[in-house]
Design a protein around this ligand. Sequence first.
Ligand code: ATP
Ligand code: MG
Length: 382
Amino acid sequence: MKPSFLAKLLDRIEHVSPDELQTYLQQLAREKGFLEVIFNTLQEGVLVIDATGKVLYFNPSIQRLIGLPDNALGHGIAEYLKELDWKKILRERRVVSRDLEVYYPDMRFLNFYLVPLEEPGQEFMGYALIFHDITATRQRTREVIESEKVNALTLLAAGVAHELGNPLNSLHIHLQLLERDLKKIEGAKGGRLVDSVRVAQAEITRLDNIINQFLRAVRPGQPDRKPVQVNDLVRESIDFLRPEIADRDILVETELAKDLPLVPLDAGQMKQAIYNLIKNSIQAMSVGGILRVRTERNDTHLLISFIDNGCGIAPENVSRIFEPYFTTKDGGSGLGLFIIRRIVREHGGDLILESDPGRGTTARIVLPLAERRVRMLPAGTP
Ligand SMILES: Nc1ncnc2c1ncn2[C@@H]1O[C@H](COP(=O)(O)OP(=O)(O)OP(=O)(O)O)[C@@H](O)[C@H]1O
Ligand SMILES: [Mg+2]
C-alpha cells in the first residue's frame, strides 16, 4: 500500500461518500492481505521497530532466525538483540549492515540490514530490519578454505616423504653392505662395529616408520572400524604417556563410565586422537596440574572429555587452533588438533574445545552411538 494513497484518502475523508469509503476500505484490506502473504512467505526475516526501538511488526521467519517470542510486539528490540548498541543506532538514524552470530534457536550466521523508514515531508516512522541467513554460504567458504589447506598439506607431506625416502633407502643399502664387510673383520673390534651398524639400521627403520605414520595421519582415510571399548583406549593412551605425566608431576584422574557399549571405531586412529589430546593438556599444565579424563554416554552419543587446569587458550588464538601448522609451542608442529578433528569427523563425530584462559581447557570428543548419515558442522568464522 502506498502511504500517499492513504494520506490522500485521509485528506479527503470528509468528502468521501459511504459507498466510496467501503470500496476504499475493501481495497485497503485486500492490499494488506496481499502484503501479509508476501511477508509471511519470505525466507528473510523482517521486523519493524518504531523510533524508540519498540517492535511494531515481525514476520514468521524472524522467529525461526532469532527466536523472537510470539509476544514480542511492543517490547524493546534491545531485549532480543542485546549485542548491538541500540542507543547509538537509534540516535544516528543511518543504514546499518552487520553480520551476526546467533546461538538460539539454532547456531546461525545472519546478515542483518537496518533501514530508517523516512519519507520526505512525513513523520519519522522507525526502522525496518531485514535478516538474511548466511550460514550455508559461510560454511561453504570455510569448507573450501579447509580443503585447500588439506590439499596443500597433503602435497607437502607427500613431497617431504618422497624426498626423505630415497636417501633413507640408499643409507639402508649401504649399511647392509658395510655390515657384510665388517662381519669379515675378526675380533672384538669387528663385533663392536657390526653392533653400531645395526643400531644405525634400527634408527633408519624407525625414521621410515615415523614418515609412514605421518603420512597415514595426514591422510587418515576411511577408518577401519571394529567394535572397541573406548575406556580401554583411554587407559592405554594414559599408560603410554605415564613417563611424561610423572615427569611433570601431573595428577591424572579418570572417571570412566561403566555402561559404555562397544563402538565401531578405528582403534589405532582413535587412540592417536586421545593420545594427542592428553598430550596437549599435559603440555598446557605446569607441575602439579590436574587432568580429568571422563567418559560418559547419553541416548545418542558417547563423550570423551579431557579437562585440564592448564594455561588455557588465549582468545585471539581460539579461532586458529584447528589450522594446520598453528602452534604456540617451540617445536610444536601445529598438526595435532587438525588431525584429531579429521579423525573424529571421519567417524561421524566432532571435537569441541572450550577454554577459560588462565584456568584451563576442556576438549571433548563426541561420537555418535549409532551410524548417522547427517552430520552437524559447527558454525564458525571461516
Ligand atoms: N589443552 C590445551 N590447553 C591450552 N592450549 C592448547 C590446548 N590444546 C591445544 N592448545 C593450543 O592449540 C595449539 C594447537 O594445538 P595442536 O595440538 O594442533 O598443535 P601443537 O600441540 O602446538 O603441536 P603438536 O600437536 O604437533 O605437538 C597449541 O599450540 C596450543 O596453543
Ligand atoms: Mg598438540
